[in-house]
Design a protein around this ligand. Structure first.
Ligand SMILES: Cc1cc2nc3c(=O)[nH]c(=O)nc-3n(C[C@H](O)[C@H](O)[C@H](O)COP(=O)(O)OP(=O)(O)OC[C@H]3O[C@@H](n4cnc5c(N)ncnc54)[C@H](O)[C@@H]3O)c2cc1C
Length: 389
């Protein structure tokens, strides 16, 4: 049995973890699985699934209770992310909302901002996104061009963003802007932008290779007046804040890769024991067994490292380099495993209704977003050669 082969994990050890895992499984079965195919056609999930996730207590799990959260630590959030990824449902962007945007607001928001956004986000009444990437720059965030000119009681924002996860449905988006045009990263600030602001419009969700139920889209700002009290953190601190928070985002992507890889292996074990060729289950061929054994070995190595990173993050000790290693290596592994698993499904692995086909397409972007894997190598190598070159 796969579960007997993998070593005992250092994370997700309490009874409460097992309870949350079961709640997540129930939620997936009742509230995601029956609707995901339709959401893929709609290029977005329903509002209802957000509210239901709030009712199940699956949003903002590690936010303090006073702001409507679950009051638990990061490992509980991580577990939900892993379990949803294991089942291969990438439509609901809960991870970005709860595990990336909410911590920005908690850590850098004013008391009023926290009270306004976090409880509504925990209930799924407000959906959140974060917009850094622009059509002309993704990896090189310092080059962003969206401007926010100080007009006394408000900023006048002009520019645009692209590839924004949850972008179309979001009620509030953290937008990285240049408050001091003409300067480098020192001039970048973050604004909380409500979607109903005049001049703030959105493109229709992109037709993507995978993650088809995810409402990734462009955002346009045409003379949008953003009140000054929507500044998140201090002015000109945006770049530093993003660099700090990206470590958490990268670990979340690594956790998704662990869950996704496990799901792909499980689906393939099931398929290969049922499918026959040459009068025997294809799981009986040594090639099938060796390929799956290799997948499990890779998963085990990465799972152990990512679990260590999860514990480090919970203790506030995760370095940018470790997060980059986890993101880069785990997503590369996920790509390799998904590819092998498609191969072991034969032609059916290429047919959309088979979960492995969706897993294969969905995971490709993980090597691109949250910082490409090339940028992860850049960060690790900078750390290695620090003070040497
Ligand atoms: C589905 C999806 C969801 C996304 N969600 C969000 C979101 O919610 N919010 C958000 O802000 N962004 C989001 N993104 C954007 C994503 O983070 C960027 O696409 C990513 O950072 C890469 O930027 P880019 O597309 O501009 O590529 P580029 O920066 O143009 O890179 C192109 C290629 O050049 C390489 N490259 C660039 N610089 C270097 C270098 N110094 N050394 C070596 N190679 C280099 C890259 O690795 C890549 O291979 C999303 C993207 C997708 C596809």
């Amino acid at each position: 049995m796969l579960k007997d082969v993998l070593i005992k994990r250092k994370v997700y050890t309490s009874e409460e973890h097992q309870m949350i895992r079961q709640v997540t499984k129930d939620f997936i079965k009742q509230e995601i699985a029956p609707f995901h195919e339709q959401w893929e056609k709609d290029k977005m999930v329903s509002r209802q699934v957000w509210e239901k996730a709030g009712e199940f207590g699956l949003l903002c799990i590690d936010m303090p209770v006073e702001y409507g959260g679950g009051g638990l630590d990061f490992s509980y959030s991580a577990l939900v992310v892993e379990e949803i990824s294991r089942h291969g449902y990438t439509g609901p962007g809960f991870f970005l909302h709860s595990d990336i945007v909410a911590p920005y607001i908690l850590r850098y928001g004013t008391e009023d901002q926290k009270k306004e956004y976090l409880p509504a986000m925990a209930k799924g009444e407000k959906i959140a996104a974060i917009a850094m990437t622009e059509p002309s720059c993704g990896s090189d965030l310092r080059a962003l061009r969206t401007t926010a000119v100080d007009k006394g009681d408000h900023y006048l924002v002009n520019g645009g963003k692209t590839f924004i996860t949850n972008g179309y449905m979001a009620d509030v988006t953290i937008v990285a802007v240049r408050t001091n045009p003409g300067t480098d990263d020192e001039g970048i600030s973050l604004l909380l932008m409500d979607s109903d602001l005049e001049g703030f419009t959105k493109g229709t969700p992109f037709d993507k290779v995978g993650m088809k139920a995810q409402d990734t889209c462009e955002l346009f700002f045409d003379n949008v007046k953003v009140p000054k009290d929507r500044l998140l953190g201090e002015e000109k601190m945006g770049f530093k804040i993003m660099m700090h928070e990206l470590a958490r985002e990268r670990l979340i992507v690594a956790i998704m890769a662990i869950g996704g890889s496990l799901g792909a292996i499980e689906a393939t074990m099931q398929y290969t024991t049922e499918r026959t060729a040459f009068k025997q289950p294809i799981a009986k061929f040594q090639n099938t067994q060796f390929k799956l054994a290799e997948c499990v070995m890779k998963l085990q190595m990465h799972q152990s490292f990512v679990d260590d990173c999860t514990l480090l993050l919970s203790d506030g000790k995760l370095s940018a380099e470790a997060a980059s290693m986890a993101k880069c290596s785990a997503t590369d592994m996920h790509g390799e495993i998904a590819d092998e698993c498609v191969q072991l499904h034969g032609g059916y692995g290429y047919i959309w209704e088979y979960p492995i086909a969706r897993m294969y397409a969905d995971n490709r972007v993980a090597r691109i977003y949250a910082g490409t894997n090339e940028i992860m190598k850049l960060l690790v190598s900078r750390g290695i050669f620090k003070d040497m070159l």
